[in-house]
Ligand binder design. Structure first.
Ligand code: UT7
Length: 331
């Protein structure tokens, strides 16, 4: 197949039923709805059931995406899952998803790039499609971050939630096919690994009876530094992605940014000179779901009818590593 365009042809998302409000959290740690709302914009988040693994969250979102795209599981020949909360160290969560949705013709693997994971996965899948080696892919961002949260640490436990989102992308020879990803810009800075991490549970620091009580297998974050880097890197990546696509800020119909903090999103909108109605936010309902924020927001914007054929959509993310990425899509 000599295709050169990869287009988003369907979106889907799934959020667990259980809601944890700021008031609920104020009964667990020394915090308040007022503090969380004013510093982050978050009002509540979803928490997956104990019996729900990331692949369960992950499987419902692609089912909905395939339905919206009108494709069958057999047509999917690539599944890329972005997650930092895989079901297990191995097999990949993508293989569990393959089994659960019956996509028996797919090649499956995971990507780890924290909150930038979905856009990294989209770019990897796009390269497979553009090179002609695969035709139809599921790109998924899904997390069960509640398993990585230290519920005694008020600095972090108020920020995160569980959920999953997915898109179906398809290679096309048609220049005017709807939904093409026009450009993607990515970056990483491994010098800053220590500012946002889960230090334990991997090969560097396995969990032992001696260290388990200090909870090394939970999220550790120096909040202020990621905040500053997030604003700078997301603005730079957005500008570069637009330039690469041959577009300007004036062409943007909607920005779908990573949902970590409403103040980060406002700062980006300010610097890009965009009014609030051009920036999609749903973090009040879900908090930060890492790799899931962008595909979930994209699906909600799509189902709310906010995306019109021909619209220019800017996706932009920032996360642990640090990692960052931005993609421009013509709807
Ligand atoms: O997803 C990828 C990247 N992640 C991010 O980009 C997250 C970036 N960081 C942030 O969103 C913000 O830095 C936070 C929301 C984490 C923190 O907001 P902040 O305005 O930077 O607060 P701060 O860290 O400067 O803390 C201010 C105060 C501290 O008290 P003192 O030391 O001034 O007395 C904290 O102990 O707020 C205190 N605090 C809390 N108080 C009530 C921290 N967490 C809480 C809490 N409730 N949950």
């Amino acid at each position: 197949m000599s295709s050169c365009v990869s287009s988003i042809i369907g979106t889907g998302s799934y959020m667990p039923e259980k809601i944890l409000t700021n008031d609920d959290l104020s009964k667990i740690v020394d915090t308040s709805d007022e503090w969380i709302t004013s510093r982050t914009g978050i009002k509540e988040r979803r928490i997956a059931a104990e019996t729900e693994a990331t692949s369960d969250i992950t499987s419902e979102a692609p089912r909905r995406a395939m339905q919206s795209a009108g494709v069958t599981p057999e047509e999917i020949d690539l599944i890329v899952v972005a997650t930092v909360t895989p079901d297990m160290a191995f097999p990949s969560t993508a293989c569990f998803v393959q089994k659960k949705i019956g996509a028996s013709n797919a090649v499956c693997f995971d990507i780890s790039a924290a909150c930038s994971g979905f856009l990294y996965a989209l770019q990897v899948a796009r390269h497979f499609l553009n090179a002609g080696s695969r035709a139809t892919a599921l790109v998924i961002g899904a997390e069960k971050l509640s398993t990585l949260v230290n519920w005694q640490d008020r600095n972090t436990c108020v920020l995160f939630g569980d959920g999953g989102g997915a898109v179906v992308i398809r290679a096309s020879d048609e220049e005017n096919a709807p939904g093409p990803v026009l450009s993607t810009v990515m970056g990483s800075d491994g010098n800053l690994v220590d500012l946002l991490k889960v230090p334990g549970g991997g090969s560097a620091c396995p969990i032992t009876p001696e260290n388990v009580t200090s909870r090394p297998n939970t999220i550790h974050m120096e909040g202020r530094e990621p905040f500053k880097h997030a604003v700078t890197r997301m603005c730079q990546a957005s500008e570069k992605a637009l330039e690469t696509a041959g577009l300007t800020k004036a062409d943007i119909s909607l920005v779908i940014p990573h949902q970590a903090n409403a103040r980060i999103i406002s700062a980006i909108a300010d610097r890009l000179g965009l009014s609030e109605d051009k920036v999609f936010m749903n973090l009040d309902k879900y908090g930060n779901t890492s790799a899931a924020t962008i595909p979930v927001a994209l699906d909600e914007a799509n189902r709310q009818g906010l995306l019109k054929r021909g619209d220019i959509i800017l996706l932009v993310a920032f996360g642990g590593g640090f990692t960052w990425a931005s993609s421009v899509v013509r709807w």
